[in-house]
Design a protein around this ligand. Structure first.
Ligand code: F6R
Length: 607
C-alpha cells in the first residue's frame, strides 16, 4: 500500500526521501514522487519503479532544499500515472500534500471547489486536500488544517508543506499509520518505521486525530483543540539488519529461513518452567473460564491461521470458535455476546478491515485480544489485550514468518485456556508444550528438502492449475499453501477440503494436473489416501506431504515429502514449509518478482 516519508533538517532532503521510499518499496506501489522546498517547492514524480524517479532527479542534478515529503502510491482513485502520483500541490503552489488512505467525500468537495474556480490537475482524492487547504488558508497553518479535517471524511495519514512556513512539516493521521522519527537536528515522518530506521531508533507514534508540527530541532504534538500532547518516546530495539536482506536474493527466502528463530522467540519467551505465560493480558482466569464463544477475525493468511486456530482451540478448550473474514464480519451484524472473546490477527496491525472488525467487537462490549506483529500499530493499540508474535519486521509481501508465529500464538492460547478450563489434563498440556518447543528445530531439519523442492518447482513451473487438498487441520494449512503459490507465482491454485472433491472439483482433474495432498491427521489419513487414489486415477501428478513413517503413500503418490513427527494439532506449522519453498522456486522459475508480487501490497490500509 502507499508509503509516506518526510524530512525536516539541515541536510539535502531529496536523497533522504528517495532512500526512505526505497525502504518502503515492499509495501507495493505503482508510482512515486517527492517534493522539496527551498525558495519554492519542486516536485518530481514518476510512474513505475522508484529507480525511474531516481533517474529523473539525478538528471535534473538533484533538488535543492532541506524540507521535503515523498510518497509511493498504490492507485485507488485514478490511473497509476505521473499526474496522479503524489505529492499534489494546490493551484497556487502554496500547499503540497502526500496522503495515504481514502478521502471518502472527495467528490462533493471537489465539485464545490471547481464551482469556485479551482482547477484540478489529477483524478485523485488527495488533490482535494491540497486545494481545500489552500482555499481555507488564512495564514494560520494549524488552524487551517483543523478546518480541513473538519470537512474531509475517510482515512488519512497526511504530510503537508506550506510555502509560508519554510521550516515546517505538518503531519496528521486518522485510521492510517504515521510515525515521527526523532533525529539530531533533523526529524522525520513515515508511514512505517523501516523507512527511517537507518537514521533513528526513537519515535513518537502518532494517534488518530493528532497533529505533529515538525521542524529540524523540534517536534510538537497537538490535539484537535490545539492542546499540547506529551508522548513517551518509543524506542525500537530490533536489529536494523533484520529489516535488510542479509545475503538472500529475496526477503521472502530470508523470512522463510528466519522461522525457526522467530518461533523460538515467540514460544520460548512464553514458556516458564511448566507454565505458559500469556504476557500480561488483562483477561482474567475467571473470564477465560466463562468465555461463551470465540470469534477469530482476520484477512488473508492471518485468516488462514485463524482457521487452523479454530481446530486447535476447539480441540483443546471445547469453546466454540467462529472464524470470519474481517471484511465480512464488519458488515454482517455479527451476533456478539458479553462473554464472547474476539481474537483479531494481523501481521501489520494496520489492516483496515481487521481494525474495523475490532471496533465492531468493542462497540458490542466484547473483549478483544489481538495477535499482532507490528509493535505499536493501530490494532495493537486499540485492543484490550495484545499478544505480539515477535517475528521481527516482515518485508516480503507474502507472509511466512508472520503466519507461523500467528499459529504459534494461537497454539499457546489454546494450551493456556485448555489448562485453565481443565479441558486438557496437566499431562497432556506438558506433552503438547514439549511438542510446541520442538517445532523450531523440526523446521530447521525440513530445510534439507529445499533442493528437492527446487527441482519439483522446475518440473511444474509451467502448470496452469494446482490443487492442494487436505482434511481437518490439513485443510486449513492447504488454504495457506495454495495462497502462497498463487500470490507470488501467479499460478492458479485452489485449496480443497478433500471430502468436497467429489462434489464438483474433481471434474477439473486431468492428465498431469498437479495435486498436493496434505495428510498428517492420523484419524483422517486413510480417507485422504483414498482421495489421492481418486485423483491419481484421473491422471493427476500427486505430491503428498505426510508425517515421517507414512511410507505406504510412496506407492500411490508420485512424490512424497515428510514432516517430522509431532502432535496432529501442530502439523500446520510444518506442512506449510515445503509449500513456501515450492511457491518461492516456482515464482523464481517463472521470473516473478518474489518480494513484490503484482497488484499486492504488504499493508492493506484501505478496505
Ligand atoms: C498473504 C498475505 C496477506 C495478509 C493479509 C492480512 O501472504 O500476507 O494475505 O495475510 O493482507 O494482513 P495482516 O496480517 O497485516 O492483517
Amino acid at each position: 500500500m502507499c508509503g509516506i516519508v518526510g524530512y525536516a533538517g539541515y541536510e539535502p532532503a531529496a536523497p533522504f526521501l528517495l532512500e526512505g521510499l526505497q525502504k518502503l518499496e515492499y509495501r507495493g506501489y505503482d508510482s512515486a514522487g517527492i517534493a522539496v522546498f527551498s525558495d519554492k517547492v519542486r516536485t518530481m514524480k514518476s510512474q513505475g519503479r522508484l529507480a525511474t524517479l531516481r533517474e529523473k532527479v539525478d538528471a535534473a542534478g538533484g533538488i535543492p532544499g532541506s524540507l521535503g515529503i515523498g510518497h509511493t502510491r498504490w492507485a485507488t482513485h485514478g490511473a497509476p500515472n505521473d499526474i496522479n502520483s503524489h505529492p499534489h500541490s494546490s493551484m497556487s503552489g502554496r500547499i503540497t500534500v502526500v496522503h495515504n488512505g481514502i478521502i471518502e467525500n472527495y467528490i462533493p468537495l471537489k465539485e464545490e471547489l471547481v464551482s469556485q474556480g479551482v482547477v484540478f490537475r489529477s483524478e485523485t482524492d488527495t488533490e482535494v486536500v491540497a486545494q481545500l487547504f489552500d482555499k481555507l488558508y488564512d495564514g494560520d497553518l494549524v488552524g487551517t488544517l483543523i478546518q480541513v479535517l473538519g470537512k474531509i471524511r475517510g482515512s488519512y495519514a497526511l504530510g503537508i508543506l506550506c510555502t509560508d512556513y519554510p521550516d515546517t512539516l505538518l503531519a496528521v493521521r486518522k485510521d492510517s499509520p504515521m510515525i515521527i522519527g526523532l533525529g539530531e537536528h533533523e526529524n522525520y515522518i513515515a508511514s512505517d518505521i523501516p523507512a527511517v530506521l537507518d537514521h533513528t531508533r526513537n519515535y513518537y507514534l502518532l494517534n488518530d486525530n493528532e497533529i505533529a508540527i515538525i521542524k529540524a530541532d523540534s517536534v510538537e504534538l497537538l490535539d484537535m483543540d490545539r492542546n499540547p500532547i506529551s508522548r513517551d518516546v518509543y524506542v525500537v530495539d530490533y536489529d536494523i539488519s533484520a529489516a535488510e536482506k542479509g545475503g538472500y536474493d529475496y526477503f521472502m527466502m530470508k523470512e522463510i529461513k528466519e522461522q525457526p528463530n522467530a518461533l523460538r522467540t515467540c514460544i520460548g519467551s512464553r514458556i516458564d518452567g511448566d507454565d505458559i505465560r500469556l504476557d500480561k493480558i488483562r483477561l482474567t482466569e475467571e473470564q477465560i473460564k466463562n468465555i461463551g464463544r470465540i470469534h477469530i477475525v482476520a484477512c488473508g493468511s492471518a485468516w488462514h491461521a485463524g482457521i487452523v486456530g479454530k481446530y486447535v482451540i476447539e480441540e483443546l478448550t471445547r469453546i466454540p470458535v467462529e472464524v470470519d473474514l474481517a471484511s465480512e464480519f464488519r458488515y454482517r451484524r455479527p451476533i456478539l455476546r458479553p462473554n464472547d472473546l474476539c481474537i483479531t490477527i494481523s501481521q501489520s496491525g494496520e489492516t483496515a478491515d481487521t481494525l474495523a472488525a475490532l471496533r465492531e467487537a468493542k462497540a458490542n462490549d466484547v473483549h478483544v485480544l489481538s495477535i499482532v506483529n507490528a509493535v505499536g500499530s493501530s490494532i495493537a493499540r486499540e485492543s484490550d489485550d495484545v499478544l505480539y508474535t515477535m517475528a521481527g519486521p516482515e518485508i516480503a509481501v507474502a507472509t511466512t514468518k508472520g503466519y507461523s508465529t500467528q499459529l504459534a500464538v494461537l497454539y499457546l492460547i489454546a494450551l493456556k485456556f485448555g489448562k485453565i478450563r481443565q479441558t486438557i489434563s496437566s499431562k497432556t498440556e506438558a506433552k503438547l508444550r514439549k511438542a510446541l518447543e520442538a517445532l523450531p528445530e523440526q523446521i530447521e531439519n525440513m530445510f534439507a528438502d529445499e533442493e528437492a523442492l527446487k527441482v519439483l518447482a522446475k518440473q511444474h513451473a509451467d502448470k496452469e492449475h494446482v490443487f492442494v487438498i487436505g482434511r481437518g487441520i490439513d485443510y486449513g494449512a492447504s488454504l495457506e499453501s495454495s495462497l502462497k503459490l498463487k500470490e507470488i507465482s501467479y499460478v492458479h491454485s485452489e485449496a480443497y477440503a478433500a471430502g468436497e472433491l467429489k462434489h464438483g472439483t474433481i471434474s477439473l482433474i486431468e492428465e498431469g494436473t498437479l495435486v498436493v495432498a496434505v495428510a498428517t491427521q492420523d484419524q483422517l489419513y486413510e480417507k485422504l489416501v483414498s482421495n489421492v487414489k481418486e485423483v491419481k486415477a484421473r491422471g493427476a501428478y500427486v505430491v503428498a506431504i505426510v508425517k515421517e513413517g507414512c511410507t505406504d503413500v510412496e506407492g500411490i503418490a508420485d512424490q512424497v515429502f515428510y514432516i517430522p513427527d509431532t502432535d496432529d494439532i501442530f502439523t500446520s506449522t510444518l506442512t506449510v514449509i515445503p509449500m513456501q519453498l515450492f511457491a518461492y522456486y516456482v515464482a523464481i522459475e517463472r521470473g516473478c518478482d518474489v518480494d513484490k508480487p503484482r497488484n499486492l501490497a504488504k499493508s492493506v490500509t484501505v478496505e
